[in-house]
Design a protein around this ligand. Structure first.
Ligand code: MG
Length: 456
């Protein structure tokens, strides 16, 4: 949260987050609401995930908005992409979701949604922050304060839209186990898959902000009970969301976790078979996706790390007349341009059901034919990350590194990404190669280059 003029101070790439009762509290959220209501006059949609602190924070958000004279449509508990979809449908001057996505239960936060349903971009967020810090709110007089409307049933618009992307009966004959992790996806994904014809079992599908079954982050570790249930029920696949259900990860019929880059490549293979164009992804994405897309006549376009940058690039390319097949992040977040320009967990769940039912093969079979890569991730603590990055770029100048976000070296049989953390004094390193030893050697080379930096 270090301050610098012209840069975001409070909001990160996924909204503002903090520990409840410490740096996240109703007073801050009240100011966020008042700033948003002042900046986006009209009707603002408000929703939240299932966190215990959600009612207190959402009340503060609504109060701040109403005080400026903007109206509030309270959508209640729903996935972030559901609120984005409803806002995109029209009639709203903006939206806000009280959520901390995949963070542990003690966290909460706010994501701001623009009129078109996308997360508010950097320029808008900087203007919003200026109002929050200077307390420059346009408060309405008594006869012009906003009106609150409660609209918990509008979630149905989203459920119907996602299911409506697939022909009736797409999921027939397929048994799935859905684990929304006690989060907002409990309200949508089991219902959507049932409407698609799947036989649906659920795990952790009762909304509970204490997250008794597992943490909101759908890690392979936390999904062991899901894997067991997939095997015990003989299901074709298992799937799990993070707390606000914009991301989905999968378990195959043998109970094995499908690594998220493989999930991305699997969906890219399906979408790139159906149409040609650009696949947009952050520079941290496995080359597996580029391989798969390339073989099918599609190309990659790399962005900075953050789903909002992927979404915006997709929209810019389309506006310029370039066909865009999809976007994705390699963490279970996939963006479907025919649906909306944000990660959508229920769409990803439904898409995999349609891929499986169309293939007639088990998930392990269709994932097994993807190219194999070895990815290694490391982080190194370093005081002067900025100086280090400058020296690394100079050192590797001859290789013409990609400087979209940090430094990415692209070699024939491997690549490496070194990125400074936005919040901690460290750099993150990702290396990847089809050959394990090549990946390990490249990691060693980068580590040596970092240790040789005289700033440390
Ligand atoms: Mg999320």
């Amino acid at each position: 949260m270090g301050g610098e003029t012209g840069r975001k101070r409070l909001f990160g790439t996924n909204g503002v987050r903090g520990v409840v009762g410490e740096d996240m509290h109703p007073e801050l959220v009240l100011r966020i609401g008042a700033a948003l209501g002042s900046m986006r006059r009209g009707r603002i949609a408000v929703g939240r995930d299932t966190r215990t602190s959600g009612p207190a924070l959402a009340s503060a958000l609504r109060a701040g908005i109403l005080a400026t004279g903007s109206d509030v449509v309270d959508l209640g508990v729903l996935p972030t992409p559901a609120l984005q979809f409803i806002v995109r449908g029209g009639g709203f001057s903006g939206g806000a979701v009280v959520t901390a996505s995949h963070n542990p239960p003690e966290y909460n936060g706010v994501k701001i949604i623009d009129t078109d349903g996308t997360e508010m971009g950097d320029a808008g967020v900087i203007r919003l922050e200026e109002r929050i810090f200077s307390r420059r709110f346009e408060l309405a007089p008594w006869d012009r304060v906003g009106r609150p409307v409660s609209a918990p049933d509008r979630i149905e618009e989203y459920i119907a839209a996602v299911a409506g992307h697939f022909p009736p009966g797409t999921g027939e004959g397929l048994t799935v186990v859905v684990d929304p992790g006690s989060g907002a996806g409990s309200r949508t994904t089991p219902e959507i898959l049932t409407r698609m014809g799947c036989r649906v079992h659920t795990l952790n599908a009762i909304e509970d902000g204490t997250f008794p079954g597992r943490a909101p982050e759908p890690s392979a570790e936390g999904l062991r009970p899901l894997a067991e249930m997939v095997k015990a029920t003989g299901a074709g696949l298992g799937m799990a969301h993070d707390g606000d259900a914009d991301r989905t990860v999968f378990i195959d019929e043998k109970g094995r976790f499908l690594e998220e880059n493989r999930e991305f490549a699997l969906i890219a293979r399906d979408l790139c078979t159906a149409r040609k164009g650009v696949v947009v992804a952050p520079v941290s994405t496995s080359r597996m996706v580029e391989d798969v897309a390339g073989r099918l006549g599609c190309t990659m376009d790399y962005t900075a790390v953050g789903s909002i940058y992927v979404a915006r690039r997709m929209m810019d390319l389309l506006a310029g007349g370039t066909p865009v097949v999809m976007g994705g992040e390699g963490n279970g977040g996939i963006i479907y341009p025919d649906h909306q320009f944000c990660r959508d967990g229920a769409m990803t769940a439904a898409k995999l059901v349609s891929i499986l039912s169309g293939s007639g093969k088990p998930l392990s079979g269709i994932a097994g034919s993807l190219p194999r890569y070895h990815m290694i991730k490391e982080k190194i603590r370093i005081g002067d990350a900025r100086g280090l990055m400058k020296s690394l770029v100079e050192r590797y100048e001859g290789e013409k590194p990609d400087l979209t976000d940090g430094m990415r070296l692209n070699r024939d049989d491997s690549w490496a990404l070194v990125r400074p953390s936005g919040t901690e004094p460290l750099v993150r390193i990702t290396v990847e190669s089809p050959r394990k030893q090549v990946a390990a050697d490249l990691l060693g080379e980068i580590q040596e280059a970092i240790q040789a930096y005289p700033g440390e």
